[in-house]
Design a protein around this ligand. Structure first.
Ligand code: IVH
Length: 668
C-alpha cells in the first residue's frame, strides 16, 4: 500500500471507529460486536505502525493512554469556572424564581437537568478536535489533565458533522459509574490501600493520576452540560445541548424544559425518588433559564450566574442503635471495622451493617457502647454513619476500644506511619489471609484456575489439603474425590484448570503471588523491567526504584516479601511445578532483529506510544545498547516531552543525533 492509500484507509477506519465509539459509549447502542470493534482498532493500529507519520494524536488508538505526567500544568480558564448557587428548600427556589421574574418578566422557560456528582471539567475544541481539558481548580486557573481525559471513551477526540464552531469550550462532569467505583474500591482494599469514600473522590483521584494508561482502565465517564464560545450559533441552552449531542458528546437524556416552577418541582420530586435507579450518583437538580438573551440580561453575581441554581437533595437519614463493632480481616491483613446495627429501613432496604473504614473514622465519630447513630445513604450502596444522637447517649458509657490484636489469629496489629489502616502482620499464619491469598491467586486476572472457587478453597484449607498457593499444584484427583460435594467431573475440571494455569504469563503469576501493593499494572511494569522473578528477588531497594511506577512503598514491600524464606520456598515450588517465572517476549513486543547493532541510545523525557522501559527493551531486542547519560559513545538521544535540559545540551555539544519517538519507530 502506498502512502496516499494508507492515508485514505486510516481516515476511513478512524471515522468508522469514532462512530462505533459514540454508539457504544455515548448512546449505549452498539451495532457491532466487541470482537469486530477490536478487529477494526487492530487494523488501524497496524496501519499507524506501518505509517507512523500518519498517526494522529486524536486517533481512537490513542485512548489506551501511556503518557506519564509528573505534574500537571496550571492553566488559566478562558471563561472562569463558576459554581452555582444552591439550596435545599422549595421556598428558596421560589425566591430565586421571583428574582428572575423581576429582571426578565414572566415570559421565559427553565431547563431542568440532573446535578451530577463528579468532577467539573472544561473541554476546548478547535476545528472539531479536542485540544485541552482543564479541571476547575480555583475557578480562575485549573490543572491541564488532557492526557488523562483523552482516555475517557465517551469524550470525542474528533467531533462528528461539520456545523460545529471553529473554537469553543464545553463544560461538564467526569464521573465514575457506581458499579465501577465498587470494583475499584474492592481492588484497592485487596491491595491494602485505603478505599475511596465515594465515586466522586474516586473520579477526582483518578483524573489526577500520573500514568494515563491506569486512567484508561478505570472506566471514567462523562456528561456535558454547558457550552461557551465567542459566536455560538444558538439562541438557547436547550438547542446547544441538542446540537452538542449530534456532534458526539454525551448529553444526559434526562433534560426537561419547564414553563414554570410547578414543572420544576415535579422534576425534582421525580428524581429525588428515582435517583437510586441511575447507575451513577446525582446530588440534586440544576435549573437554568433557557434563552441565551435572557441569560445575558440576568448576568452574574461575583461567584455565580443569576440565571441558574442547584437544588440539592437531602440524603436520606435514619437513626438506629449501634449494637457492636466487629472487625474483618482482608487478604492483605488489612483490618476493616464494621458497625452492627439494629436493623432499620433506609431508602428501601433494611440496613444491618455500616462500614466504619478505619480507626480514625471510629475515633472521629467518638462512638460509645449503646449509642444511637445516624445512618445515611446517598448514592452509595453501603450506608455510612454520619454522627451520634447525643441526646440519646446514656451517662457513663465507654468508648469503643479499637482492637490491638487480630480477631482471627491473635497477633498484635501494626499500623504503619502515615497510614490509616491497621494490619495483622501474620501474613503466612492468619487463616483469612491465607485463604484470601489463595483466592486471589486463582482469580481471573491472576492464574485463572477454573473450578477452584471460594468454597472449594475453604474446603481444601479446612481439611488441610492445601496450606498455601504452592500446595495447589500437588493436588491429586484422589484428594479431591475425598471431599464432600466434589464429584468425578468437577475433580477432573479442577485438575485440568490447575494444569492450564501453568501457561499463564509471568506478569500474572507475579500479580497472583500477592505481594502487597503489587497490583496488575505494577506487576506488568516489574516484569518488563526485570524480566524474571530472580532478578526481582535479588534487586536492591534502589534498583527497584529504577523501574517505572515503583515508589518507595512498593519497593519496601517487595524487599520484605523476598526476605521471608517461606515465600522463597513457595516461589521455588511454583517454579518446580512448571509455572512461568520469566517474561515471554510476546508479552512485550514482537520485534527482534539486529537492526540497531552497534548503536548506543540514551532515552529522556516522556513518550506517547511506549514507556521508557519498553523503549529500552526494544533497543536491546534489536541489538542496540542503552546508556543512562550522554557521552561521546552515544549515537542517538531519543527525546520525549520534558526531555532533560542537561542531556539535551550535552547531546548538542557532542553532536549526538537527537530524535523523536516517531523517528525511532521508523528506524526499526
Ligand atoms: S451548570 C455556569 N449543570 O455542580 C454554569 N453544573 O455546584 C455551570 N454540576 O460547577 C454549571 N451537574 O460542577 C451545571 N447539569 C449541570 C451540573 C452541574 C453538576 C456541577 C458543576 C457545577 C457545580 C455547582
Amino acid at each position: 500500500m502506498n502512502h496516499e492509500e494508507a492515508k485514505l484507509r486510516i481516515a476511513a477506519f478512524t471515522a468508522e471507529i469514532n462512530d462505533h465509539n459514540i454508539k457504544y459509549y455515548v448512546q449505549s447502542m452498539p451495532t457491532i460486536s466487541d470482537y469486530d470493534f477490536d478487529m477494526l482498532l487492530q487494523e488501524l493500529n497496524k496501519l499507524e505502525k506501518e505509517f507512523p507519520d500518519l498517526a494522529d494524536n486524536n486517533s481512537p488508538t490513542q485512548r489506551v493512554g501511556g503518557q506519564v505526567v509528573k505534574e500537571f500544568k496550571t492553566v488559566q480558564h478562558k471563561y472562569p469556572m463558576l459554581s452555582l448557587g444552591n439550596t435545599y428548600s422549595e421556598e428558596e427556589l421560589t425566591e430565586f424564581d421571583t428574582r428572575v421574574k423581576k429582571i426578565i418578566g414572566n415570559d421565559f422557560e427553565y431547563v431542568c437537568e440532573l446535578k451530577f456528582d463528579g468532577v467539573a471539567i472544561g473541554l476546548r475544541y478547535v476545528d472539531g478536535k479536542l485540544t485541552q481539558a482543564v479541571t476547575r481548580g480555583d475557578g480562575g486557573k485549573g490543572d491541564d489533565v488532557t492526557v488523562n481525559v483523552r482516555t475517557i471513551k465517551s469524550i470525542p477526540l474528533q467531533l462528528k458533522g461539520n456545523d460545529y464552531p471553529r473554537e469553543f469550550e464545553i463544560r461538564g462532569e467526569i464521573y465514575l459509574p457506581r458499579k465501577t467505583f465498587e470494583k475499584t474500591n474492592a481492588e484497592r482494599i485487596e491491595l491494602g490501600e485505603q478505599p475511596f469514600a465515594n465515586p466522586r473522590n474516586s473520579a477526582s483521584g483518578t483524573l489526577k493520576m500520573q500514568d494515563s494508561s491506569v486512567v484508561a482502565k478505570r472506566g471514567l465517564d462523562s456528561f456535558l452540560y454547558f457550552l461557551y464560545g465567542e459566536e455560538l450559533p444558538f439562541k438557547s441552552h436547550y438547542e446547544s445541548l441538542k446540537k452538542a449531542k449530534e456532534w458526539g458528546f454525551k448529553i444526559s437524556p434526562h433534560i426537561q424544559k419547564c414553563k414554570d416552577l410547578n414543572g420544576v418541582f415535579e422534576f425534582i420530586k421525580e428524581w429525588n425518588k428515582s435517583r437510586l435507579t441511575l447507575p451513577y450518583d446525582i446530588d440534586g437538580v440544576v435549573l437554568k433559564v433557557n434563552s441565551y438573551q435572557q441569560q445575558i440580561e440576568l448576568g452574574f453575581t461575583a461567584k455565580t450566574p443569576r440565571w441558574a441554581i442547584a437544588f440539592k437533595f437531602k440524603a436520606e437519614s435514619v437513626s438506629t442503635k449501634l449494637l457492636s463493632v466487629s472487625y474483618q480481616v482482608g487478604r492483605t491483613g488489612a483490618i476493616t471495622p464494621v458497625a452492627n446495627l439494629q436493623p432499620v429501613l433506609l431508602a428501601g432496604t433494611t440496613v444491618k451493617r455500616a462500614s466504619l473504614y478505619n480507626a480514625d473514622q471510629v475515633a472521629k465519630l467518638d462512638l460509645r457502647e449503646g449509642d444511637t447513630v445516624f445512618v445515611e445513604k446517598g448514592g452509595e450502596i453501603i450506608p455510612k454513619i454520619t454522627g451520634v444522637d447525643l441526646s440519646k447517649r446514656e451517662e457513663g458509657t465507654h468508648h469503643f476500644e479499637y482492637i490491638d490484636c487480630c480477631p482471627e489469629c491473635g497477633t498484635p496489629l501494626i499500623r504503619k506511619e502515615s497510614e490509616a489502616i491497621h494490619y495483622c502482620p501474620n501474613e503466612l499464619g492468619c487463616p483469612p489471609q491465607i485463604k484470601g491469598r489463595m483466592e486471589h491467586f486463582v482469580s481471573r486476572k491472576a492464574l485463572d484456575i477454573d473450578g477452584l472457587g471460594f468454597e472449594t478453597i475453604e474446603l481444601l484449607y479446612e481439611t488441610g489439603l492445601i496450606k498455601n498457593i504452592a500446595d495447589i499444584y500437588d493436588l491429586k484427583k484422589e484428594d479431591l474425590l475425598s471431599l464432600e460435594r466434589v464429584g468425578e467431573r468437577s475433580a477432573d475440571n479442577l485438575i485440568a484448570g490447575v494444569e492450564k494455569s501453568k501457561k499463564i504469563p509471568f506478569e500474572r503469576v507475579l500479580y497472583g503471588i500477592g505481594i502487597r501493593y503489587v497490583g496488575e499494572t505494577v506487576a506488568k511494569k516489574l516484569a518488563i523491567h526485570f524480566n524474571n522473578i530472580y532478578t526481582i528477588e535479588k534487586a536492591t531497594f534502589d534498583e527497584l526504584l529504577m523501574a517505572e511506577e515503583i515508589g518507595e512503598k512498593i519497593a519496601a514491600s517487595i524487599i520484605d516479601y523476598f526476605k521471608d524464606t517461606r515465600n522463597l520456598t513457595i516461589i521455588s515450588r511454583l517454579k518446580a511445578s512448571g509455572l512461568q517465572m520469566e517474561i515471554h517476549p510476546d508479552s512485550i513486543m514482537k520485534f527482534v532483529s539486529d537492526l540497531l547493532k552497534g548503536l548506543t541510545f540514551v532515552i529522556s523525557g516522556t513518550f506517547t506510544k511506549f514507556s521508557r522501559d519498553e523503549l529500552k527493551l526494544i533497543i536491546e531486542q534489536n541489538g542496540g545498547k542503552n546508556q543512562s547519560g550522554v557521552t561521546s559513545k552515544t549515537k542517538y538521544l531519543i527525546a520525549g516531552a520534558e526531555v532533560g535540559t542537561s542531556k539535551l545540551e550535552k547531546a548538542e555539544s557532542l553532536k549526538v543525533a537527537i530524535i523523536t519517538e516517531e523517528d525511532f519507530i521508523k528506524m526499526i
